[in-house]
Design a protein around this ligand. Structure first.
Ligand code: ADP
Ligand code: MG
Length: 147
């Protein structure tokens, strides 16, 4: 497990870029943490680092946003997902077995459906308005190469 504190969204973007750079495709990045913690912000840095040009925005209404062409990132919002059928309807399982990167907001709601070797990113508020504590765990290979 690795823990960092970021101050301001720019630092979260920079940190996420580092993770994006070491992704190979096929990874699941599962975010945990409430509204306004920086999950969407993190995803924009992740895409940039991974080399996918995208206007990253919250997939609140669509449930999933698709970014990229040859390299793909699927960005999910699981806030309103409560049943297995709901989850299936997002395409989560279809994309899981591809070489796309899956970035999943509100993973709390689908924790049981996450694959064995996902990368877990937990967000917590820090001492100030612009401070966030990020805790990353999961695949040790990634921790070693970017933290
Ligand atoms: N350290 C930080 N990291 C990320 N976002 C931050 C930070 N400090 C302040 N913010 C602000 O918090 C908000 C995070 O929004 P967003 O990324 O959409 O959160 P979420 O997707 O978790 O709801 C943005 O308005 C951003 O500017
Ligand atoms: Mg969001």
């Amino acid at each position: 497990m690795t823990q960092v504190e970021t101050n301001g969204f720019e630092e979260t973007v920079e940190y996420a870029k580092k993770l994006g750079k070491v992704l190979k495709g096929g990874e699941v990045i599962a975010y945990f943490g409430g509204l306004g913690m920086g999950k969407t912000t993190f995803t924009s840095g992740l895409c940039e680092g991974y080399g996918v040009k995208a206007e990253v925005s919250s997939p609140t209404f669509a449930l999933v946003n698709e970014y990229g062409s040859t390299k793909k990132v699927y960005h999910f919002d699981m806030y309103r997902i409560s049943t297995f059928d709901d989850l299936c309807s997002t395409g989560f399982f279809d994309y899981l077995d591809t070489d796309a990167v899956l970035a999943v907001e509100w993973s709390e709601n689908i924790e049981n459906a996450l694959p064995e070797n996902y990368i877990r990113v937990e967000f917590e508020r820090g001492d100030t308005d612009d401070s966030r504590i990020l805790r990353i765990s999961g695949d040790k290979v990634y921790e070693d190469s970017w933290c």
